[in-house]
Design a protein around this ligand. Structure first.
Ligand SMILES: Nc1ncnc2c1ncn2[C@@H]1O[C@H](COP(=O)(O)OP(=O)(O)O)[C@@H](O)[C@H]1O
Ligand SMILES: Cc1ncsc1CCOP(=O)(O)O
Ligand SMILES: [Mg+2]
Length: 269
């Protein structure tokens, strides 16, 4: 069964609603994330101070937490923002960047997952595995993509974490532990531009702001994202990662619901 059409409709809903997405993210990807959300048609804000995060999270359509360059003050702010979002019914999306690489990242990510009700956790296969104490190879080395185990991993993680899990890679897997969707769109050049995973997480946030079914939101977001990447690669891929990055921002703005309908590849497993 295909959810392409529903996904296309969600893209239009995001653009109509222009949802505020509150990001507490890392220093590497901040500008790219804001520009990517603007290109999509959402409204980004980055706010980190403990004096204001709760207020901002309550105002937002979604809260995105990303531990890419974490430190103690930021983690404290994430927990405050997460609690406020939970109280206000604002969906919280989590990107466990680099979990498994250091004990601090692993402990922090698990603490956030325990204390905050998360709508979606989005990471690569190694990060999601390490979230649930399974030791997969760290990014840069094949973490199991293509051998079918990613679906099983995503289901185990969704059950254990009690949330929707999205594992990205050559194919993206989205599951709540029961229904499983695999998105085939994307392009290898995405792995040559830093922040494309982090931006994918924030784009899921924008879709979750307009769709409370987190599986639907994540599938629609990642399909749109992959379709835009294919368009950018066709436009500028020959020139390399720099041109691709600019073309990708343009494609995020220009990809329409109709493009997603025509070229989105979503499969239910
Ligand atoms: N080999 C690949 N082919 C096509 N798309 C890919 C490939 N690897 C990753 N992607 C896409 O790149 C984006 C970022 O995913 P990923 O690289 O897994 O995140 P991260 O940077 O957090 O590790 C996702 O949209 C994903 O679908
Ligand atoms: C390079 C780097 N180092 C800490 S966070 C970060 C960005 C990671 O972004 P992504 O996971 O989207 O490639
Ligand atoms: Mg990442």
């Amino acid at each position: 069964m295909s959810h392409r059409y529903e996904g296309a409709e969600l893209l239009e809903r995001v653009r109509k609603a222009n949802p505020l997405v509150h990001n507490i993210t890392n220093v590497v990807v901040t500008n790219f994330t804001a520009n990517g959300l603007l290109a999509l048609g959402a409204s980004p804000v980055m706010a980190y101070a403990k004096e204001e995060v709760a207020e901002m999270a309550k105002l937002a359509g979604a809260l995105v937490l990303n531990i890419g360059t974490l430190n103690a003050a930021e983690v404290e702010a994430m927990l405050m923002a997460g609690r406020a979002a939970n109280e206000a019914g604002v969906p919280v999306i989590f990107d466990p960047v680099g979990v498994g690489a250091t004990g601090y990242r692993t402990e922090t990510a698990r603490c956030i997952a325990e204390q905050i009700k998360l709508a979606v956790v989005r990471g690569n296969a190694a990060e999601i595995a390490n979230m649930i104490g399974e030791r997969w190879m760290i990014k840069g080395v094949d973490a199991g993509q293509g051998n079918g185990d990613v679906v099983a991993l995503a289901k185990r993680a969704a059950v254990e974490l009690g949330t929707v899990v999205a594992i990205t890679g050559k194919e993206d897997v989205v599951t709540d532990g029961q229904a499983v969707y695999v998105v085939g769109n994307g392009h290898p050049l995405l792995t040559k531009v830093t922040g494309t995973g982090c931006l994918a997480t924030s784009v899921i946030g924008a879709f979750a702001a307009v769709e409370r079914d987190a599986v639907k939101a994540a599938v629609a977001a990642l399909t749109y994202y992959g379709v835009a990447a294919e368009r950018a690669a066709a436009e500028a891929g020959e020139r390399g990662p720099g041109s691709f990055q600019a073309a990708f921002l343009d494609a995020l703005a220009h990809t329409t619901a109709d493009d997603v309908k025509r070229t989105g590849r979503v499969e239910q497993r």
